[in-house]
Design a protein around this ligand. Structure first.
Ligand SMILES: CC(C)(COP(=O)(O)OP(=O)(O)OC[C@H]1O[C@@H](n2cnc3c(N)ncnc32)[C@H](O)[C@@H]1OP(=O)(O)O)[C@@H](O)C(=O)NCCC(=O)NCCS
Length: 173
């Protein structure tokens, strides 16, 4: 059975483990950098969890009482708008760091986390939600499309380089 609850500071090391496995798999130089990445993600997360904010939540999914996946949801400016003056940055509901441990994939954990993140958005009276996905991440794109997310635009960080999609979903029909 999948249950979802807000993460606590003591969950940070296990959540960092899942994020590292999901976003920094042990390929090439990452093999050597993984312990450092894991520790640094854990410290950042612990800091976020220790400073409760009305409009930030990290959720974790438990399967058989073990942490199987995570997602973060916040009202914030879109990533990549750091150069804009703060008065010009539009704050919106944004989902990030959706990740599921390799052993728990294709069990519906991400679908459940996404739906709980959407519920948090409704509790915060938000009418829509946005997130980014790499264009090459076909599995995640399929998940989002099936949950009603639509492509709003394609972005590239630099002139060349991997393309990412900004997806959006209305929370009320
Ligand atoms: C993408 C990810 C979060 C999916 O987690 P998950 O718990 O396995 O996903 P779910 O079981 O909820 O999948 C729901 C549906 O999404 C689609 N889907 C999910 N992963 C898929 C994959 N690898 N390939 C194809 N379709 C996939 C399927 O339609 C699936 O339904 P089905 O299993 O009945 O066919 C997980 O693979 C992961 O952590 N990947 C690495 C990190 C990442 O890419 N995060 C997303 C960043 S935008």
């Amino acid at each position: 059975m999948i249950t979802v609850r807000p993460a606590r500071a003591q969950d940070a090391p296990m959540v960092a483990e899942i994020l590292t496995e999901a976003f920094h798999p042990p390929v090439g130089l990452n093999q050597f950098a993984q312990p450092w990445i894991r520790a640094s993600l854990g410290r950042e997360l612990e800091r976020r969890l220790a400073r409760p904010s009305a409009h930030y939540r990290c959720l974790i999914a438990l399967v058989d009482a073990r942490i199987a996946g995570t997602v973060e949801v916040a009202i914030r400016g879109l990533p990549g708008t750091w150069w804009m003056p703060s008065f010009a940055v539009q704050r919106l509901l944004y989902v990030s760091n959706l990740a599921v441990g390799v052993s728990w994939r294709r069990l519906g954990v991400a679908r459940r986390l996404l739906s709980e993140a959407e519920q948090v958005g409704r509790e915060w009276n938000q009418s829509s939600l946005k997130l980014h996905v790499m264009e090459s991440n076909a599995g995640a794109f399929k998940l989002y499309s099936a949950q009603g997310y639509e492509v709003e635009r394609t972005e590239t960080e630099w002139v060349v380089g991997p393309r990412k999609l900004l997806l959006g979903k209305r929370l009320y029909s």
